[in-house]
Design a protein. Sequence first.
Length: 187
Amino acid sequence: MKFPTFAALAACTILFASPASSQTLRLNLDQLEQASDAVVVGRTISTESAWTADRSAILTRVVIQIEDPETGEPIGEQVVMVPGGRVGEYIHEVSDMPTFRENEEVAVFLTAHDSGTMIVTGGWQGKLDVTTDAETGEKRVLGAGYLLDAEVQGFALASENTDVSEFRAQVRMTEFAQRVKKLKRER
């Protein structure tokens, strides 16, 4: 399968990446939401990597089954294109871009590219993992704690090996969904 040319998607990647450091500009929830056309919560149901038509890069086509963040019921599918991937023995890694695994629960900020393709907003920080508490069944968005801060300080979060920082890095799915809905209304 051939995907849109890499040049079109690379332009978006350049907007978020610093050429000297290859690090993405750190964004908070307000900034991510304002730069996004959509925010979806769901489960990755497939990933497929392929060469671009000119064989200059590999792109990965990700299909996410969108779920209602409050009920967990499936409500549709969204296709997302991500620079990088693996085709046969060739691996194309793109720094600051997220990777997706099949059957992974995610919350993703998306931007419509000029080509009509949906891409992840803000590189790696536009994709957040979702986990379900085994005891309570409550869903939490991992790594979203910093997004709710008024100011994002520094590039790296504190070590996530401690219970305190792990707690701060998790946000209840309902809180995350309410915050995103509030931002949409304010827009």
